[in-house]
Design a protein around this ligand. Structure first.
Ligand SMILES: CSCC[C@H](NC=O)C(=O)N[C@@H](CO)C(=O)O
Length: 708
């Protein structure tokens, strides 16, 4: 293992690489010349900040898949919330967050032509709504109308002004009723959508008139719903959007697309709103075909596993007839399509001829490009000439802009071509910049079939691990067992900074996609709820023992690391197998399901994952409390021997800091070796520039100390 000074140098090197955030193929692209507009981020550890910059490329498409690239100058802009061209490419909108000299936050919408800024609207001063939602976030979208006369965006609904009962300022009678401040409600609790969506209470659809700056707020078209993901309907006849039901109280929405939601259409002439999707399902991610004849979206159950296998549906726009294009896949084979697991979609995802959809989806332990023919309902995996994950960024005239990465390859952008229908075999990925891999990392995907531990309902399911090894190692490397969080999430062959730095530091790392992970079929995913703390723990331990018994790693130097549900598994593993692990590090770990119910933003999670039904009226009782305790790591705290480092995001609403503190106190009281680090300004993901760097080095230091 490398010295800590070398590890710090490694992190400085690999933690400060430029990373592509997003990009699109410009509508100004003509024939052979593609113009690509991309945005990047780069960490600056000296200034402790992430800078953002844009890069444009001109790609000349001589032969199919033969692209030459010229990249343009790099311009840095950190206050841009959004920057997108109009359908013709003639105009550009920039949504900007400005902090004034008086520390006031203001939002502007700027309209640019090819020469200069032609409109500049101080949206905040209009006082028509609250903050504009991040267009890349849960609710957000920004969409030019086909006419280029209007801009669609999502913003927080305007909140009532409240004043004290003792406020002596005279009420101006000329104010209409809803403008008059309300007395005595300054301290009312305002429910919001939880983790990373604090203050997001009731987003609404807004329409800006580009020419005169008027803003129309659609805040009364659908009662008791939060609106988002809005797109223009064909010919700008109205707006299609996703509506999430607010009441009776909101449950955390991030990582949980299972909150009651439907797809709606608001008609601009009638001012009427109609529901397009099934109100017994959660529907989201509406996307029109280029000719406006078809609308697709995804749906899954309301409630249950916090991520699920989803259906792909299509609405024939003229008739509004809806059909299922791709259904849930319950039990795929190791090679067959495992179903759709989609957290987001690019704005444009259709082929030019309106017959196919292109998207990225989890496919066992990788993220793959997938093509769906909406006529014959076939699903085809696009194999590429590169290893690792391929995430679709944009599609235009059957050219694909893709973000690629691998376990040894930091993310890069590439261009490719969609094969003609029926010949979607392999595609050639053409990088826009020369990929530079992290040297010395090899990996292999292993499949486990725990026939000795079949699931009571679904029988023999399988799961996978990814074992990453340092290529240059004169001794058997120590092993970091690394289960993912969720639990309905997955580790894939895409790049992760921590992992590449751990391998470069001399560790072997084993990702564990235990049963219940995404991407292995719906039955696999649903095999875990009710069995957490046992099935997942045994899957992890069986994989860890197999790799130790293989002799490829140093079996006397095994440690375990995990976050969130991965932290839950870390705490279980050192409690249930105390002699096997020499040290542990857990981030925002779930420690005691029963004490979590009252403080997490998703109380349904501890109920459902421990096997108990949940609805908004759900309350704990002695049977549920006992069962939750039995499934929690706290149950095994007396057996723990491994020194355990606990890292918490101080603002975490998903797994409250009280969980980590409960474990810390229990270990301290039992004279066990433990340390707790709390990172201010971090929520569930510990990703602030300095915090993420500090957490990594502290974790490596902890492992090195107890592996000596
Ligand atoms: C009550 S939170 C349970 C853990 C959490 N699950 C869903 O949010 C979790 O593990 N989150 C994952 C992301 O899905 C993580 O790694 O943070």
């Amino acid at each position: 293992m490398r010295k800590i000074e070398e590890v710090i140098s490694l992190y400085r090197k690999y933690g400060c690489l430029a990373e592509p955030l997003k990009g699109y193929i410009s509508n100004q692209s003509k024939g052979d010349n593609l113009i690509l507009k991309t945005q990047w981020k780069q960490t600056d550890l000296e200034r402790i900040e992430n800078i953002k910059f844009s890069k444009n490329y001109i790609v000349r498409n001589g032969q199919p898949n033969q692209f030459e690239v010229q990249s343009s100058n790099i311009v840095t802009e950190n206050n841009e919330l959004w920057n997108k061209e109009s359908p013709s490419g003639r105009l550009n909108v920039i949504i900007r967050n400005i902090t004034t000299k008086k520390e006031e936050e203001k939002q502007y919408i700027e309209i640019w032509d090819h020469r200069q800024k032609i409109k500049n609207y101080n949206i905040t001063s209009l006082e028509k709504h609250g903050k504009i939602c991040d267009p890349d976030g849960q609710f957000g979208s920004v969409c030019w109308s086909a006419s280029e006369k209007n801009l669609l965006y999502i913003a927080e609904k305007k909140k009532l002004k409240t004043v004290s009962y003792f406020d002596s300022k005279p009420n101006k009678d000329d104010k209409d009723e809803e403008e008059k401040p309300v007395k005595g409600q300054e301290h009312d609790y305002i429910d919001d959508w939880g983790e990373q969506l604090v203050g997001k209470t009731c987003p609404v659809v807004c329409i800006l008139d580009i020419d005169n700056g008027d803003v129309k707020v659609l805040d009364n078209i659908l009662d008791n719903h939060s609106l988002g993901q809005a797109v223009w309907a064909p010919s700008d006849s109205g707006v299609v959007f996703t509506g999430w039901k607010n009441g009776p109280y909101r449950l955390g929405l991030i990582y949980c697309p299972i909150r009651e939601s439907a797809i709606y259409y608001w008609d601009i002439v009638s001012n009427k709103c109609e529901r397009l999707s099934d109100d017994t399902r959660c529907s989201a991610l509406p996307r029109f075909s280029p000719d406006g004849s078809k609308l697709i979206y995804f749906d899954n159950d309301i409630g249950g596993p916090h991520y699920q296998c989803a259906r792909l549906l299509m609405c024939d726009w003229p008739s509004r007839q809806t059909s299922v294009i791709v259904d849930i896949v319950k039990e795929p084979t190791v090679k067959s399509f495992p179903g759709f697991y989609v957290a987001s979609l690019p704005t444009k995802c259709w082929s030019a001829d309106n017959s196919r959809i292109i998207l990225s989806s989890v496919w066992r332990s990788s993220v793959s490009l997938v093509v769906v023919d909406v006529k014959d309902k076939t699903v085809t995996r696009l194999k590429t000439n590169v290893k690792g994950d391929a995430v679709l960024m944009d599609v235009l005239t059957d050219k694909l802009l893709v973000k690629c990465s691998a376990l040894n390859q930091p993310p890069y952008l590439a261009i490719s071509s969609l094969p003609v229908a029926g010949q979607e075999g392999e595609i050639t990925i053409c990088p826009l910049d020369e990929p530079i891999p992290v040297p010395g990392i090899s990996w292999e995907v292993q499949t486990f079939s725990p026939t000795d531990r079949p699931h009571s309902k679904f029988g023999a399911l399988n799961y996978e691990t990814i074992l990453l090894m340092p290529e240059v190692s004169d001794v058997k490397p120590p092993l970091i067992v690394f289960p993912h969080g969720g639990p309905h999430a997955v580790f894939t062959e895409g790049y992760m900074l921590y992992t590449s730095c751990l391998i470069a530091s001399g560790f072997a790392v084993m990702y564990i996609n235990y049963r219940g992970s995404l991407g292995f079929g719906d039955n696999n995913l649903r095999s875990l709820p009710g069995n957490i703390g046992d099935q997942d723990v045994k899957d992890c331990q069986a994989a860890a023992e197999e790799v130790v018994n293989s002799g490829r790693v140093n079996g006397d130097k095994v440690v375990v690391f995990g976050g969130s549900h991965g932290g839950f598994l870390t705490a279980h593993l050192i409690g249930q197998y105390p002699k096997f692990y020499k040290a542990a590090c857990c981030r925002n770990p779930v420690i005691n399901l029963s004490t979590m119910v009252g403080s997490t933003d998703i109380p349904d999670w501890p109920f459902y994952e421990s096997g108990h039904p949940f609805d908004h009226k759900a309350a704990l009782n002695e049977n549920i409390l006992t069962d939750m305790w039995r499934k929690s790591p706290i149950r095994y705290i007396d057996q723990v021997e491994a020194p355990c480092l606990i890292m918490l995001g101080a603002d975490d609403l998903r797994v409250p800091v009280k969980q980590g503190r409960e474990f810390y106190r229990g270990l301290k009281a039992r004279n066990k070796v433990t340390r707790l680090i709390s990172y201010e300004g971090n929520s569930h993901p510990i990703i602030k520039t300095d915090s993420q760097a500090d957490a990594f080095i502290n974790m490596v230091e902890w492992f090195k100390k107890y592996l000596q």
